[in-house]
Design a binder for this molecule. Structure first.
Ligand code: PEP
Ligand code: MG
Length: 580
């Protein structure tokens, strides 16, 4: 795959937004390692002692990093380092290294190198982004132990100058914790947008592009770069004109953002008077303050799977209830759409013992898993129903592809209501139940499905993946993945038409909802509600206030006749420019 586009920009996967101009600083990870290192049997004890010392020193370095991150970023980011410490306590890892030094009479370096590589490969082979993030953690730990065995001090990343753009084959959470918070941006050859290091960078607002591939070698230390974390592009050694253009873009964007933020608490009403509800996507209770600050008019998607993924046991009804109640209370009279568990397939839970599947994205996930595991489903539904008294709850079902799934899920919801009523537990009995439209079948059948639900919410992240047959997390096909593709737009239109025809609200909670280039098209398609990352809310609201409904409709007519996402982007970009 060519990761360099026509105007010479390197293209990767946009992982954390923002544009920056800065000087490249390469961070290399290669540890010094002696691979052929048989030792005499007399030296085994000495080697085990060296290993023990390196492991203890690694633990103390990691604990220091953990404490630093806790102060600078917070407990969730610091938790990554608990995962690192747990590898150093894990008999599968350290125990295996000790055993191999003893039985194979090998030097500690080569055994650490080997065991780390093998365990990492095993984790990487699992079809799951979360476990792949564990593989990165393991590599981070292994590299640290190797460095300490070699008697090397840590790379001095803390002296990297403010505003620099860090360039690496791959970056680890430890690297990021050691770098100054004032770095301008990050670009890596590999990595996924859901890795720990990306999540940490996002939380402190550092633009980040992953998956640039081999073309990253075009960047040399000291090169000036323009990194665009929204588009996922890097311009290497820009001309003066390109620098001026980028600087202008940054200034305009920051000024516009500040203006938009000042107006963020006001509604988004088009020039012809149509109000579009703008809500936030959240994954945790801790995301609520940011959503409120940016003017969210409720929650359009609460991804509850994090509650499960970040636990080492099935979260109990009471544990879930507490979280749902607090989120609902934070928004009182504003709508909060909570999505039931979207787990399985590509997001397996260790404690759920899910079997490995050859095609996890097409496998036993989300509603399919919940319907086959009614105890898990009912625990969540009971927690939701009990929390319903504390706000304006809607329940959303993920990955619906057939009418029968809706009917079965509604049957279980009704059963839970009856049980709670019988137990004398107070609940709201009329809770709206809607579905995610993220499988093409649901969009195509929307006119039928609409009869059984209270709202649609279009999940363009998966809808694009399934419509275009492009794995949303695979950097090698990332250039083919764009939810602005006319085929996806046609499915959105079909869903909107079904909603409009029956008076059922249609929202969108995939990433396309926060994509400013597409806002006018989404208004023209007839969406009632857009739900997005909180940081996008002010600008999207501002954009909607500039839009005229009739012009938006005629733009849509034009877009639906185009043949590619590139053509759609060119047409919508021209509209955005025209409106300024
Ligand atoms: C989507 O698929 O668009 C969506 C919002 O769900 P998720 O990204 O959690 O799969
Ligand atoms: Mg989805």
């Amino acid at each position: 795959m060519d990761t360099i586009n026509r105007d010479g920009r390197l293209v990767g996967i946009p992982a954390s937004p923002g544009t920056v101009i800065g000087v490249a600083v390469w961070v290399h990870q290669v540890p010094a390692v002696q691979l052929e290192s048989s030792i005499s049997s007399d030296a085994i004890q000495h080697e085990l002692l060296r290993l023990k010392e390196a492991v203890e020193n690694a633990k103390s370095e990691i604990t220091n990093l953990r404490n630093r991150v806790m102060i600078q970023m917070g407990p969730n980011e610091a938790a990554v380092f608990d995962a690192h410490l747990s590898f150093l306590e894990d008999p599968e890892y350290v125990g295996q290294i000790e055993m191999l030094i003893r039985t194979h009479s090998m030097g500690a370096e080569s055994v650490v190198f080997d065991v780390t590589r093998r365990m990492k490969e095993m984790l990487m082979a699992l079809p799951d982004e979360y476990l792949q993030a564990r593989a990165d953690d393991l590599q981070d730990v292994g590299t640290r132990v190797l460095r300490l065995l070699a008697g090397q001090r840590a790379m001095n990343l803390s002296s990297v100058k403010s505003g620099s753009v860090v360039v690496a084959e791959e970056l680890t959470p430890s690297n990021l914790a050691e770098l100054p918070r004032e770095i301008g941006g990050i670009v890596t050859a590999r990595g996924s947008r859901t890795s720990h290091v990306v999540i940490m960078a996002k939380s402190i607002g550092i633009p980040f592009i992953v998956g640039v591939g081999e073309s990253i070698q075009r960047i040399k230390d000291g090169d000036l770069l323009v990194l665009d974390g929204n588009q996922g592009t890097v311009l290497v050694r820009p001309t003066m004109a390109e620098q001026r253009q980028a600087q202008h873009h940054i200034e305009v964007h920051s000024a516009l953002h500040n203006v938009a933020l000042a107006e963020a608490k006001n509604p988004a009403i088009t020039r012809d008077g149509r109000r579009i509800a703008i809500l936030a996507n959240i994954g945790h209770l801790r995301d609520v303050p940011e959503a409120v600050k940016n003017g969210a008019e409720g929650v359009g998607l609460f991804r509850t799977e994090f509650l499960y993924l970040e636990n080492d046991h099935w979260p109990t009804e009471q544990e879930q209830y507490e979280v749902y109640r607090k989120v609902l209370e934070s928004f009182t009279d504003k709508p909060v759409i909570i999505r039931t568990l979207d787990i399985g397939g590509d997001k397996p839970l260790g404690y759920a013992n899910l079997p490995q599947e050859p095609n996890p994205f097409l496998g036993h996930r989300a509603i399919r898993y919940c319907l086959d595991n009614p105890d898990v489903f009912k625990t969540q539904l009971r927690a939701l129903l009990r929390a319903s008294l504390h706000g304006k709850l809607s329940i959303m079902l993920p990955m619906i592809s057939t009418l029968s799934e809706i009917l079965l899920a509604k049957g279980i919801i009704d059963q839970c209501k009856r049980d709670l009523n019988d137990e004398g537990v107070a609940i709201v009995n009329s809770i709206p139940v809607g579905i995610m439209v993220e499988i093409p079948a649901a969009a195509v059948m929307a006119d039928i499905l609409v009869q059984e639900i209270d709202f649609f919410s279009i999940g363009t992240n998966d809808l694009a993946q399934y419509t275009l047959a492009v794995d949303r997390g695979n950097e090698r096909v990332a250039h083919l993945y764009d939810a602005a593709h006319p085929a996806v737009l046609r499915l959105i239109q079909q869903t909107c038409d079904a909603g409009i025809g029956t008076g059922i609200p249609v929202g969108m909670c995939g990433e396309l909802a926060g994509d400013l280039e597409m806002t006018e098209a989404l208004v023209g398609l007839g969406l009632d509600e857009l739900s997005m990352s909180s940081t996008n809310i002010p600008m999207v609201k501002q954009r909607i206030r500039e839009i005229d409904g009739i012009a938006a409709k005629s733009l849509v007519k034009k877009l639906l006749k185009l043949t590619s996402a590139e053509e759609v982007r060119a047409a919508t970009f021209a509209e955005v420019l025209g409106s300024q």
